[in-house]
Design a protein around this ligand. Structure first.
Ligand code: SF4
Length: 302
């Protein structure tokens, strides 16, 4: 038996023995996704975490995601296999800057993308994900919004809204690097392929794609579509679930392949160490947790 398989079996044995729920984001390594009880995007994972029956959740993703699990389920132990797995997009919104923006836009509601740290969520009126951003921006009362931190996602939806939207100057470096030219090269070689992309991609890509959606929406679209070939504009880990759900279809990536190094910091070895030694436990300051929880629950209730 291969080393990877052995380690996976041992992790599965330990999670059953210790009654631990393993959640994994789509951008995780394939061998990590395969030991998870549930693989999803940020919205699905936060829902799953909030309804989990297990007393411990091991979160295979970046730290802001594990924070959400702790915010929604403070009585549970939340583990992350590597606490330095951050999000470069979340790093672009500092709480002090958000507080300043609120002061200079006193009538605006702050809509924070889920890719923010707990302290920023605590300063926000409501949270959104890439799956529900448009609906949240529409439904939040008021005519003015500060949308943070992803400029591309905010701009993509702002153009269809009848509200004033102040966009934060942040971006996900992984999706920002997905430009039109490499996609067009793949399209020339595979003219039948549909172009499906994440809204964190730059406007030159989202404006020309056949379908724009959150990671889960991309996976579901590819599975349900009659098309057989897809050029996928999001992090490469997503292809693992696409291939599992539609093994007869072809999924292509633009060059260079979009890879989130932060997500890839979660390795099988680190998952094993985490589950075996009960490390690293995620903690969130209680006042921050309560305020951030209100903003997340406002989203979940919509
Ligand atoms: S892909 Fe981008 S937004 Fe997602 S975790 Fe990585 S840096 Fe953050």
């Amino acid at each position: 038996m291969g080393q990877v398989k052995k380690l996976q079996e041992e992790i599965i044995r330990l999670k059953r023995e210790k009654d631990i729920l393993i959640l994994a984001h789509y951008y995780q390594r394939p061998e990590v996704q395969d030991i998870a009880d549930f693989v999803g995007d940020s919205l699905e994972l936060s829902r799953e975490a909030s309804t989990a029956a297990q007393g411990t959740i091991l979160f295979c993703g970046v730290t802001f995601m594990a924070e959400i699990a702790k915010i929604l389920s403070p009585q549970k132990t939340v583990l992350i296999p590597y606490p330095l797995a951050g999000c470069l997009l979340a790093d672009m919104a500092h709480p002090q800057e958000v507080a300043e923006a609120k002061r200079s836009h006193p009538n605006a509601k702050v809509v924070a993308y889920v890719n923010t740290y707990a302290q920023v969520k605590a300063l926000s009126d409501i949270i959104c994900t890439s799956a529900n951003a448009k609906m949240v921006m529409e439904k939040i009362p008021g005519e003015e919004i500060i949308f943070l931190p992803d400029r591309n996602l905010g701009a993509y939806h702002a153009k269809t809204l009848n509200k004033k939207v102040a966009l934060w100057d942040g971006h996900c470096p992984v999706h920002q690097r997905i430009t039109w030219e490499p996609i067009e090269r793949v399209k020339k070689a595979h003219p039948q392929a549909l172009i499906i992309v994440h809204p964190e991609c730059p406007p030159e890509v989202t404006d020309r794609a056949d379908f724009v959606g959150s990671t889960s929406q991309l996976v579901r679209f590819a599975e349900a579509s009659d098309a057989q070939q897809f050029i996928v504009g999001t992090e490469e880990g997503t292809l693992h679930q696409m291939k599992k759900r539609a093994p007869e279809k072809t999924f292509l990536l633009p060059e260079p392949h979009p890879i989130c190094d932060q997500m890839k910091m979660i390795t099988l070895d680190r998952v094993y160490k985490s589950i075996k030694e009960n490390i690293y436990q995620v903690e969130v300051d209680e006042e921050v947790r309560i305020q951030a929880g209100e903003a997340i629950r406002r989203m979940l209730s919509l």
